[in-house]
Design a protein around this ligand. Structure first.
Ligand SMILES: [Cu+2]
Length: 335
């Protein structure tokens, strides 16, 4: 090896050491900029607090349903005394419950009332081309889409606008129940039913915290299945302070969804075993005697259990660091 070659190799190395422009630093720099949030705060949202807009669900005929929703910015209480400027569907977080029948065609309209940014809708309950049917709707615009809910179950819906993590974590998620054509085999045994949704809240609109998966709170909420049911946002311990109620000996059904966006739910009801679990709410996915149901982010289930005697039954995610952050509900059972 001649001198010129050694010098040729040494010079760039020395220059790199002196200027700090070596390969490792370049790689680091690139990784950091890739992970930087595209949007950190939206100054245009600062003074916006749009009051909730009731969802419109109208049956057009035996197999067609019209659903009209809004994307909007609304303050949501996520913990006692803690308000979050949430990005929402209809001013609720989680968004309103949508219930349709298996085989229904959904004529869905989303109006974007957000003064600053686009939003969209991704229904997990349908087969659709995302690049045509789940597209962004600009601020102040509205669009209508048509698709069919061909499979029964308990499904997630969410905003799919980039960065998706930020839109979901800021509140744009909810549950759509597609009722099975022939019902569940256990329909006649069920005395009481509720919905229960788990989701995480991060430091307000902080995409770094969302990306690092460090939730401030993990919460349960319930959405009204029928008139008179409660309809809540995702707030810590609210269903512990005001429990769900049942009578001793009853069979209770829960439609559960883990909206995430990042964490798994190990869904468990203390003091009982599940008589039946229908994973993702499909009657064909039936399991017996389970203690805990694992719900991936976006996963749903129908769970049924019998409360044999009076008492207070905690409903938790058995990932207890999340129970510690707010994900505990109670079922109060009386004689
Ligand atoms: Cu959005």
């Amino acid at each position: 090896m001649g001198k010129p070659l050694i010098i040729g190799l040494l010079i760039p190395l020395l220059v790199g050491m002196l200027t700090g422009c070596g390969t490792p630093l370049d790689t680091d720099g690139a990784a950091t900029s890739r992970n930087k949030p595209a949007v950190q705060t939206i100054p245009a949202h600062q003074d916006v607090n749009q009051k909730p807009t009731p969802v419109k669900i109208e049956r057009l005929n035996d197999h067609q349903v019209k659903v009209e929703m809004t994307a909007q910015v609304t303050d949501i209480e996520i913990d006692q005394g803690v308000t979050y400027k949430a990005w929402t569907f209809n001013g609720e977080a989680p968004g309103p419950l949508i219930a349709v029948n298996e085989g229904d065609t959904i004529r869905f309209t989303l109006e974007n009332h957000d003064p600053a940014i686009p939003h969209s809708m991704d229904f997990h309950a349908v087969h659709a081309s995302p690049s045509k049917q789940f597209i962004d709707i600009a601020s102040g615009q509205s669009k209508t889409f048509t698709y069919t809910a061909s499979k029964p179950g308990v499904f997630m819906y969410h905003c799919g606008t980039e960065p998706v993590l930020q839109h979901i974590a800021n509140g744009m998620h909810g549950v759509i129940i597609v009722k099975p054509k022939n019902g569940y085999p256990t329909d006649s045994q069920v005395d009481r039913e509720f919905t229960l949704i788990q989701n995480e809240w991060y430091a307000e609109n902080d995409l770094d915290a969302m990306t690092e998966k460090q939730p401030e709170y993990v919460v349960f909420s319930t959405k009204a299945l029928k008139k008179g049911d409660r309809n809540t946002n995702g707030t810590t311990y609210q269903l512990k302070e005001k429990p769900l109620k049942a009578k001793a000996g009853e069979k209770v059904r829960l439609y559960v969804l883990n909206a995430g966006p990042n964490q798994v739910s190990s869904f468990h009801v203390v003091g009982t075993l599940f008589d039946n679990v229908y994973l993702d709410g499909n009657p064909k996915n039936r399991f017996k005697g389970m203690q805990t149901v694992m719900l991936p982010a976006s996963g749903g289930a129908v769970v049924e259990f019998t409360v044999k005697e009076a008492g207070t039954y905690p409903i938790v995610t058995h990932q207890f660091h999340h129970a510690q952050k707010g994900a505990v509900a109670l079922l109060e059972v009386t004689d």
